[in-house]
Design a protein around this ligand. Sequence first.
Ligand code: ADP
Length: 557
Amino acid sequence: YKKLPKMRVRHIYNAVGVEVDVDGTPKKREASLVRIAVLAKPEFPLLSVGLFALLFSSGSQIVAPLFFGLVIDAAQTSIAKLNRVVVIMLLIYGVGALASMIRAWMFELAGQRFVARLRKDVFTAIIKQEIGFFDETRTGELTNRLASDTQVVQNAVTVNISMLVRYTFQIIGSLVLMFLLSAKLTAVLLAVVPAIAVGAVQYGKFLKSLRKKFQDELADANTTAEESMSNIRTVRSFCGERKAVREYGEKIGKSFSLGRRIAVLQGVFQGGVNVMAFGAITCVLWYGGNLLYANTQDSSEGITAGVLTSFLLFTLNVAMGFAFVSALYGEFMQAVGASIRLFELLDREPKVNNQGLCRLEELRAEVAFDDVHFTYPARPGSEVLKGVSFKVDIGSMVALVGPSGGGKSTIVSLIERFYDTNQGNIILGGSNITTLDSDWFRHKIAIVSQEPVLFSCSIRDNITYGKEASIDEATSALDSESEYLVQEAIDRAMDGRTVLVIAHRLSTVKTAALVIVIDKGIIVEQGTHEDLLARNGVYRKLVLRQLTSENASLTSE
Ligand code: ADP
């Protein structure tokens, strides 16, 4: 997605007369419509061909009722006339069919091109966001943006536009032809229809607001279900199934009671529309019948049977046109909503920017934390690191130990610059991490994780994910023989590198040049294994606890 220069966008807004807020930014709704149009610009040639074809396909449909009437009247005069009418009709339909084909093809193609481009742009915008954004945003919500919001916007620029033009054209064209056929009958129709239309639209709005409430209740129920399903292990171990079903049931119950009201209103609406429609048709038929009768009496006021037939068919076309056009309003508004969400994503600048440009000669460098404070954006209330300072010398190994939740993994995330610190600095090879090109230094960092992640591609592709192959499993999940092999490979890889380990095994910690004990976001002790053992503090307790549990498991084996 290439951002248009502000000036140009402003020009476009002015050109199309978009309302602009006090500070010069256009109102969201209008702005988003303009931006949709700007996004669809590369498709304009295809859409223009489609619209041109649409004039012919719709034209042939608009005049159809005229021919039905002409056939009826011709059949009452001569076969030759009848044949002529049918041949002309066939020709017009032939052109119409060809135009329909071109119209559907062009609009569909334009739509597919548009949505493919939009999806790629949106995904590009999502994937560059900072990790904190992903902590705070549900993945389901993002995939929804990619899959359905883009689809809704695509419909707006293709199907909906084509329908809008087609049915507006149909309404106006039919009304003109009706007027030409019989001005009196048209006048009768126009006297009854608008009142009905206004009533129907108001009622429709009311129904829609109820449906919206229904959707909200349903979304609420869905969230409850999703929570239980994604935490099924917790639910199961606390025997929480019944509670989950009860909670979900209550929420579904709320949406159901709305659904019941909607059902009744829907029935009344349908019935009402039928009564009105037949009422209007009856008016036309009655008055038309009078005119037909007048014709048999050779009055100059009368109309033929063919004209009455055409007129009735035109009436149906106009009614249908109105129904479709009014339904489109909702779809356009839906597209505006979807596009506002998409544009928010497209415009969002990552809070941790990767624009640092500096690259070092080489990154055989020490890592230093200087009074680092950090709070996860997703949990603003609780500070996770509270003034952490330490240094890992070039080529040495430092072990981070401490109770779970203490902040060890957080330290690693900060070194990868998944997040920026709230206070204090992280120094890599003498440079502040925020000044470094993070793509570059991430390439220089190898992560060996305990929880291997598999992408849905071949094992080979998984192993070589990222240019530097990372090793997909650490030692804790392996049997002792493979553990030995893996450990040996890791040891070889560590040779000469600066290493930070989050260690669970004593054997690894013992070899570290420095052991840092971190608890509740604070470094409580640091020193060598021997130093710390002698100190009789937290570390010693951790070691003793581990020895006891290892002994216990040995005995039980
Ligand atoms: P350790 O690695 O020592 O077990 P962590 O660094 O994983 O500890 O966690 C430190 C604290 O930060 C914990 O309270 C944990 O719940 C919290 N935490 C970890 N990751 C996130 C996250 N992505 N968003 C919010 N809080 C987090």
